[in-house]
Every structure is written in C-alpha cells, then in structure tokens.
Design a protein around this ligand. Structure first.
Ligand code: FES
Length: 328
C-alpha cells in the first residue's frame, strides 16, 4: 500500500474572555496510508506541525471513548477510524468537536453535561420489591449487550433530539437506564420506568436512528429506548403525549390498517393541545395537506388484523433475540 498525502481540515476553537467561542477551520497536510488512523495523524500534527492543537485521547484501542469527535459526516472514534474510510475524492476530511456539548478548546468538549444525564438515571442497582436473585442467560445477554457502551458520547453528539432539547436525557443515558431496568437484581424497575416515562425521557426520542448509526460499539441505543417504551406501556404508564400517540397508531392500524390523521392529533395531545397546535394545522391546510375526516380502510385490512391477532396471541420477544438457555 502506498503512502499518500491527505488534508485534515480541523476546526480550531478558542474561548474568548467572555466565554464565547471563536472558531476557524485550518488545513493540515499529512502523509500516510489509507489505513492510518485519524488519531495517528492528529498526534503527528501536534508533534510536528502545531503543538497547540488540542484533543483528547488515551487508550488508542477504542476502549476509553476519549477520542470521539466529528470526523466527516458523523461522530467517530479517532483511534478507530482509518483515513481511507472518511476522506472525500480530493483526499480531504473535516474534523470538529462533538456536537450538543459545550466546546472548551479545539476538539475538546466539556463532558459534564453528558455525565450529568448519566447520573440522573441513577446508574447503579438499587434494592427494592422488584428484585429477583435469579439471573437467566437471556437477561444476562441483554444486560451485557448494553454494557458494551464506553460512554464516548458519540450517540449524544449526533442525536437530533439532544440538538433541540438540553433537557432530553439522550440515547446513552437511556440505554444505560435500560441496562438497569433489564437486570433481574434491580429492585426498583417499576419506579425507574415511571420516572423515564416523564417529560424529556424515553418518549422524547424521535427515532432518527442516528445513535444506532454512530455508536462505535454497536450498542443500538434506540433499540433499548423502544424496549423501555414497551415495558413502560406494559406497566400502565400511558398518560403522556408520546404514549397516547403510540397507542393511537396501534388502535388505527388494528382497526382500519390506516391512520386517521384527522383525529390523531386530538387523541395524542388532547383538545387543549390541539388548539395550541392550530397554527401548524392552518399552515398544513394552506399547503393542501388536509387529512380526510372520513375513516379510510386500507386494502388487505383482514390480513393486517390477522397479523395483529397473531402477535397478540404470540407476542414477539422484544427483550432479546437470544434464546434462554440453561446454565451449564
Ligand atoms: S483513545 Fe480511547 S477510544 Fe480512542
């Protein structure tokens, strides 16, 4: 494999005395192989071109999560990313700090807000009435999968909901919460689900799937969030807008195979909520997007209903795809 020249276009960030951030892009030319990691290039730049370039790194083995940053079109671990995977046709790649978190300098962000969300979900087992001393193989598998998370913050950085809401717990904290709700030894599963059903919790996820795409450890936080929602509904925590919206979908598809969008809003946010959304409704009407007030039955509705009945009689195991096996 031959050595080539690449351009790392790095966002340099500096805090002004008033706390605001001054940003500029700076190009650095580096030479290496397609398989050279971004972290190796950053170290090369720091050692040989500009010692002031600031970034985090530690393990160099995709274990500690320190080197997560925006590389190209999403957040990645610099120590795991080969330049050949991310450069454009001109050999250029953009590198900038993680999103949705305050920038301190260059590629370094303040990780406190992220870990504050983790602390919020109480990341430890608690004693209580829900605990069970038997940990089956599938429960272990479920817990173990989520504990692959290295807390790098990549999912939080690329989360579209975290971009618009500082209060949203975010995918990493919710995946962590799922780890405790799944653990048979946890004593307060129901209380956890109740807390997670409130505003800025599991029902705030918009299912953009960015967290699944970006996670360097294949944790799939969104899948954990969907499972949390299922468990919350099963426990009867159905009063929020998100839960009512999901149940309205369920009801419509079961009944007619099609959404009744005319009544969907009212069933999701209630009469007063609908009045508050009148501006949006008016805007939609201006654009000709007027839902029909007459219920519509989809073709093949009998088949849809049969599928529903089948699933109700034999629910899919949404907890884990792994089969329960007896310990040896
Ligand atoms: S340096 Fe530890 S994950 Fe990259």
């Amino acid at each position: 494999m031959e050595s080539k020249k690449y351009t790392l276009r790095i966002q340099r960030n500096e805090q002004n005395s008033d706390g605001s951030i001054a940003s500029k892009w700076q190009d650095f030319t580096v030479e290496g192989l397609d398989t050279t990691t971004i972290l190796s290039f950053l170290e090369d730049i720091k050692g040989n071109q500009d010692g002031s370039l600031t970034f985090r790194q530690s393990c160099r083995s995709a274990i500690c999560g320190s080197c997560a940053m925006r590389i190209g079109d999403r957040t990645r671990l610099a120590c795991k990313t080969h330049i050949g995977e991310v450069v454009d046709e001109n050999g250029v790649v953009d590198i900038s700090p993680q999103r949705n978190q305050p920038v301190l300098k260059d590629l370094v962000i303040d990780i406190d807000p992220f870990f504050e969300k983790i602390r919020k979900i109480r990341p430890y087992l608690t004693e209580g009435e829900d605990s069970d001393t038997h940990v089956g193989a599938s429960a272990y598998d479920q817990v173990n999968h989520v504990t692959q998370c290295i807390m790098c913050g990549s999912c939080y950085s690329d989360c579209t909901m975290s971009e618009v809401s500082d209060e949203y717990l975010g995918p990493a904290a919710l995946a962590k919460a799922f780890r405790f709700v799944s653990d048979p030894r946890e004593g307060k599963k129901t209380a956890r689900l109740k807390a997670l059903s409130k505003d800025h919790g599991m029902w705030s996820c918009v299912r953009c799937v960015q967290c699944v795409a970006t996670c360097p450890k294949d944790v799939k936080p969104m899948e954990a969030i969907v499972k949390l929602r299922t468990r919350g509904i099963e426990k009867g925590f159905v009063k929020g807008v998100g839960q009512r919206h999901a149940l309205a979908f369920h009801e419509d598809i079961n009944k007619s195979g099609d959404l009744n969008e005319f009544t969907l809003l009212t069933r999701s946010v209630g009469i007063f909520g609908s009045i508050a959304e009148m501006g949006v409704a008016f805007h939609l009407m201006q654009k000709g997007k007027i839902p029909s007030p007459f219920p519509h039955k989809a073709e093949g509705i009998q088949e849809v209903r049969a599928m529903y009945h089948e699933l109700e009689a034999n629910p899919l195991d949404v907890e884990t795809k792994a089969a329960e096996v007896e310990p040896e």
